[in-house]
Design a binder for this molecule. Structure first.
Ligand code: NAD
Ligand code: TYD
Length: 350
């Protein structure tokens, strides 16, 4: 039985990847390694936690000795690495945490894999899940391709860029079978409400201000999280060693247009007067170093592996709103406790 270590599997995207692999590949043993930071939540995996091919291990990728032991004890065959500190605003407040988890943690995993696999990579793969933010910011035109030079601006994107470079260097230096994908902004179920879409859904629901940074003119390219998980599945199984793939939704929205659409959907779902939720829109101080525009050219992934996004954004957003409204307990559990102090620190000062 092939043993696959998925790191960060209790987080937003990781939980979708774990669920997909556990359900679709009964002949794989899936080991989910997660520190369970504020962003990790085992409730995200309730539906598959009893599956015979699934095991959860709590642990920190920054702890090199623990990671080495884990690889040898569990005889890990391949890695899909998603564990990371993932929120730009938190990286501005605490950059070192991002260096530790995203850079040191990734190098610890690479070292453990190299030792465990004894430089023999024919049946072993290290897949690093990364972000389009490593490419920096676009002007009004153009798209990020796999050839775009790295130009990160936030401590988050700088740490992800660094980890990408380390992964590539282990392929080039040691011959490790390593692949990387760089994806645009995801949305969907189990999204932690520090990010724009789930935070706005939660605030609209509770009649709280919707904080829009600057003038709301920044553009993001949104992809439904299950389409990302499907791309990861294809790349893990089919990408040639040493390759990189961009993943994106061909779905650019200014933040303000996205929020207006979300308000319209929520007015309908909550039985509010048209325009009621939009009154909550509040422009607040901009994010420092705020990238203007991200947009992905995913034609390589489409041509090589036949992937394309499955959902139109309006449909995906409506599905997402429905999920949040139907999962009140989940939302309660992640917005109690430390979330309130995070929220007050972040938004009290804006
Ligand atoms: P997330 O913040 O929701 O989840 C991160 C997970 O990693 C959590 O479960 C957390 O507990 C775990 N973790 C954090 N530090 C750890 C440590 N030191 N040791 C072990 N586990 C640790 O993140 P996400 O949005 O699901 O993103 C997952 C990955 O995908 C990240 O690598 C991120 O850079 C990348 N990515 C995210 C997006 C996006 O839109 N969210 C887009 C492209 C790429
Ligand atoms: P976010 O969801 O944090 O993702 P990222 O910064 O990784 O793209 O933010 C998406 C966009 O929304 C980004 O341009 C910042 C903006 N934003 C707000 O306007 N208000 C908010 O409260 C948040 C969290 C983000």
């Amino acid at each position: 039985m092939k043993k696959i270590l998925i790191t960060g599997g209790a987080g937003f995207i990781g939980s979708h990847v774990v669920r997909r692999f556990v359900n679709n590949y009964p002949n794989y043993q899936i080991i989910n390694l997660d520190k369970l930071t504020y962003a990790g939540n085992l409730l995200n995996l309730k539906d598959i936690e009893q599956s015979p091919n699934y095991k959860f291990i709590k642990g920190d990728i920054v702890d090199a000795a623990f990671i080495d032991q884990l690889f040898s004890k569990e005889q890990i065959d391949s890695v899909i690495h998603l564990a990371a500190e993932s929120h730009v605003d938190r990286s501005i407040s605490n950059p070192l945490e991002f260096v530790m988890t995203n850079v040191v943690g990734t190098v610890n995993l690479l070292n453990a894999a190299r030792h465990q696999w004894k430089s023999e990579y024919s049946n072993h793969r290290f897949y690093h899940v990364s972000t389009d933010e490593v490419y920096g910011s676009l002007g009004e035109t153009g798209l990020f391709t796999e050839q775009t030079a790295y130009d990160p601006h936030s401590p988050y994107s700088a740490s992800k860029a660094s980890s990408d470079h380390f992964v590539r260097s282990y392929h080039d230096t040691y011959g490790m079978d390593a692949v990387i994908s760089n994806c645009s902004n995801n949305y969907g179920s189990f999204h932690f409400p520090e990010k724009l879409i789930p935070l706005s859904i939660n605030n609209i629901k509770n009649n709280l201000p919707i904080p829009v940074y600057g003038k709301g003119e920044n553009i993001r390219d949104w992809l439904w999280v299950e389409d990302h998980a499907r791309a990861i599945d294809l790349i893990f199984h089919q990408a040639p060693a040493g390759t990189t793939y961009n993943i994106g939704g061909h779905n650019e929205w200014t933040n303000i247009d996205l929020i207006r659409l979300l308000c319209k959907i929520m007015d309908q779902k909550l039985g509010r007067e048209p325009g009621a939720s939009a009154k909550l829109i509040t422009f607040v101080t901009d994010r420092a170093g705020h990238d203007l525009r991200y947009a992905i050219d995913s034609s390589k992934l489409q041509a090589d592996l036949g992937w394309k996004p499955s959902l139109q954004f309006e449909e995906g957003l409506e599905k997402t709103v429905d999920w949040f409204l139907n999962n009140e307990d989940w939302l309660q559990s992640v917005t109690s406790g430390n979330y309130q102090s995070y929220y007050n620190d972040q938004y009290g000062k804006r």
